[in-house]
Ligand binder design. Structure first.
Ligand code: FES
Length: 235
């Protein structure tokens, strides 16, 4: 059923089932997002999609707030821009800013927003020191670049039906890791690559040498099979 909303002073008819984010994007407003992904459930954790809703004391996450008839929304007010910049600044304080040597330089959603909102280092850096995981034949995982959006966790569970990753720790140490922080090769990961596809930064990337590594493993396993095969008795 259509409802009427007002966005930055203009009136629109939108479907009542939509969130503010979906309705505004359909209309043409470019609300920034990080934890949101259209193929995944909504968690509303990054807070970079916040908007002003008239009558509400706090800013509302557009991805997790449904429209309502007569709702008056501001997506470009000074308060909204300041809050988005602040929230991006907090995420940046845990991020190494090594864009020049990063695999996803130029196609990183976080980098795009940092430039778009002209975010500089606003807070003291508190970087993580998590081991680089190159144990998987299909993925590289650099959790020092993670912004804890949780998309990889939801993709693994919701798209693939697995739960290899879960969010562990608290505060800026919160990270998506396998149980007991094991390397990914020690898990039941099936190398589908869904986590890398939805990662908005360079924390999980596909190995460029994926096929070569798989061939190596395949060859190694065949050698093992030959070596361990029982001797054939010739009559
Ligand atoms: Fe809405 Fe992250 S995109 S809270």
């Amino acid at each position: 059923m259509p409802v009427t909303i007002f966005v930055d002073g203009k009136e629109y008819q939108v479907n009542e089932d939509k969130t503010i984010l979906e309705a505004c994007r359909d209309i043409g407003y470019d609300i920034p997002t990080l934890c949101y992904h259209p193929a995944l459930s909504v968690v509303g954790s990054c807070r970079v999609c916040v908007v002003e809703v008239e009558g509400a004391r706090n800013l509302a996450p557009a991805c997790a707030t449904k429209v309502a008839d007569g709702m008056v929304i501001k997506v470009n007010s000074d308060r909204v821009k300041k809050a988005v910049k602040f929230n991006l600044g907090l995420l940046l304080s845990n991020h190494p800013n090594d864009c020049m040597t990063c695999d996803v330089n130029g196609r990183c959603e976080f980098q795009d927003l940092i430039y778009r909102f002209d975010v500089k280092d606003m807070f003291p850096k508190e970087l993580r020191n998590t081991p680089y995981d190159e144990s998987s034949p299909s993925l590289f995982r650099d959790m020092n670049k993670c912004i804890a959006c949780g998309r990889c966790v939801r993709a693994c569970e919701e798209l693939q039906g697995l739960s290899i990753l879960s969010m562990v720790n608290r505060g800026h140490y919160t990270l998506p890791l396998p149980a007991l922080s094991a390397p990914i090769a020690a898990t039941d990961c099936i190398n589908c690559g869904q986590c890398a596809t939805v990662c908005p930064v360079g924390a999980i990337t596909e190995r460029p040498d994926f096929r070569k590594v798989l061939e190596e493993i395949d060859r190694h396993e065949k050698v093992l099979i030959v070596q361990t095969a029982p001797a054939v008795r010739v009559a």
